[in-house]
Design a protein around this ligand. Sequence first.
Ligand code: RP5
Length: 299
Amino acid sequence: MIHGVVNSSSKRLLFLGNIFSQFLICDKMSLTTQSAFRVPLHCKARQSPYTGSKVKRFPVPEDMVPWSVEWPDYNPTTFTTEHVLSKPVWADPDISKNSKNKLKFNEIDGKVNRRSHMGKYKLQDSLPLNHAADPIVTRWKRTANNEKVKHSDGKDILQFVAIKRKDSGLWAIPGGMVDAGDTISATLKREFGEEAMNSLEATGKEKKAIEKEVAKLFRHGIEVYRGYVDDPRNTDNSWMETVAVNFHDDTGNSVGKFKLYAGDDAADVHWTDIGADLNLYASHISFIEKVATRLEAHW
Ligand code: RP5
């Protein structure tokens, strides 16, 4: 559903002003000090060229990021990624080719939820958005004697299940897109199974056992974030929103016994120590920080 940008400067002012009126300076210091309360907007999403292509983005300087700033010369590139052009099931029809009236934003459109997690879209035309779900599975780092490992700051060290993405090579939460008709909780379970536990390649019996464990673990999640994701694949009129949910195994008895295998889109998977120096995909670092704050872990 990553479609191209509309080649019109006036639309820049009309589309999303009410939702994306706040923004952060895109430097490391701002992100680590402020992201417990706000997430970075349009930092990685302004990286050029567009992910997986040689097409350059129209450069947008920091002070021109807010949609409230008038910029008559704004003239973004039209871009749709090759993958979307190949029409995978989850992709919307191309709204620039007579199908725009079929997309109903701010409502449930057939099986697709086209409502934002952040408010109501102020629309001039239909705009696509992409709902994802991110399962943050955590446990405490422990010694061989099962004692919690403390950081020099006196706080316990938290670990989360991270996958290495094949597209960017960056470590990330094993999230994925919400399929039409699917719920967020079903997506969280499915993506964790597919990306972090390789459930698709497991045999029937193994698969059943894995699904049972995942279902048990995923019964008690705490939502830590809902809204915009600063994903490098975002364009001016198509972007990711996610719901990030923390599933914490406090004793280490449940998740600890999981065998983690990379599957589906992942090149690798492992338990990763949580801390401010992590370099993660999109704005995943800010969701992880919220979890560390919530559980009073080392950051
Ligand atoms: C991110 O992209 C979301 O936070 C989620 O983790 C991920 C979904 O995209 P795919 O992994 O399906 O490519 O923005």
